[in-house]
Write a protein that binds this ligand. Structure first.
Ligand code: ZN
Length: 295
């Protein structure tokens, strides 16, 4: 059994896992995400324990962003312009790479989840796949031709602008863009628009039309630009209201019309790994760096 360590660095908690190449988790620990110094020290304490008790061959880190993923950049491996207090310009990958000296993978939490779904979940066999999480934000992991996108930065489709429903005047909730997809469809946006927690709303509440419209338009753009063979929707908002998946797919098909041909079934789905897609993300990223994905 190979031993791979992974860190899912989330906005509220970090999940540290030790797993094998089959995605079987041998050990896991959870650390609250507080200030960078204390949080990273807590992660290192867990990893140190495994390091001194058998070691690990590679380390994956799947983090909330935005991240600097440009290997030519002096700040490669950092969390960059996040609004999370204290975390702006925090070195993460470089610090852990120096500590353990094993092959290291670093990417967004959603790209990690997309790779985990591709390896073990509902994206198996697909070199082109999108993984969308709708929770406190809207994140999109995007695999194109077997790799995540790079360029100026990783996929930020959750912050794209979409056309509003006729007559919609609510300004949206994103601190950067107002009515981007995240500003219309994330959990805090739903609560701000409805005036109460989205979990207390009925399936017929009009706020869901806004959510479905924004996510369907974003999906249409993903299909038009990157051609994913499947789009997976997870995250707290979707998990608590799975009926949204079918509504998003129906609206997506309507928006595309006859112009592009989508698979007739199972194009928009829930993640196959459920809540494990996140924690297994860094393991999948690390295995990819090790070249295991070509086996
Ligand atoms: Zn935005």
């Amino acid at each position: 059994m190979r031993r791979i360590a992974g860190v899912e660095l989330g906005g509220t908690k970090c999940i540290v896992v030790l797993a094998d190449e089959q995605g079987r988790i041998a050990a896991r620990d959870t650390i609250p995400t507080l200030d960078p110094a204390g949080t990273l020290a807590g992660i290192e304490a867990v990893l140190d324990g495994w390091w001194h008790d058998g070691g690990f061959e590679a380390l994956g880190i799947a983090s909330f962003g935005p991240l600097d993923l440009d290997r030519a950049s002096l700040t490669y491996g950092n969390i960059t312009s996040t609004a999370k207090p204290g975390w702006r310009d925090t070195p993460v990958a470089g610090r852990l790479a120096a500590r353990y000296g094993v092959p290291l993978a670093f990417d967004t939490d959603v790209n990690g989840a997309a790779f985990a779904e591709r390896r073990w979940g509902a994206g198996q066999g697909f070199d082109d796949l999108a993984y969308v999480t709708v929770g406190t934000g809207v994140g999109v992991g995007l695999i194109v031709n077997g790799r995540t996108t790079r360029g100026l930065g990783h996929c930020e489709a959750g912050h794209m602008r979409v056309a509003r429903l006729p007559g919609a005047m609510w300004p949206g909730h994103c601190p950067y863009h107002g009515d981007c997809v995240e500003g219309l469809a994330a959990g805090p946006a739903i609560a701000a628009c409805a005036g109460r927690d989205g979990a207390t709303l009925s399936d017929e509440d009009p706020v869901w039309e806004q959510v479905v419209e924004a996510l369907a338009q974003m999906s249409q753009a993903l299909v038009s630009i990157a051609g994913p063979r499947r789009i997976l929707f997870g995250g707290g908002v979707i998990v608590s209201r799975p009926v949204l998946i079918a509504r998003i797919e129906a609206r997506l098909r309507s928006l595309i019309g006859d112009y592009l041909k989508l698979p007739e079934a199972d194009f928009v789905m829930a993640p196959g790994l459920g809540a494990l897609a996140g924690p297994l993300g860094p393991i999948a990223l690390a295995l990819d760096v090790m070249g295991e994905d070509r086996l």
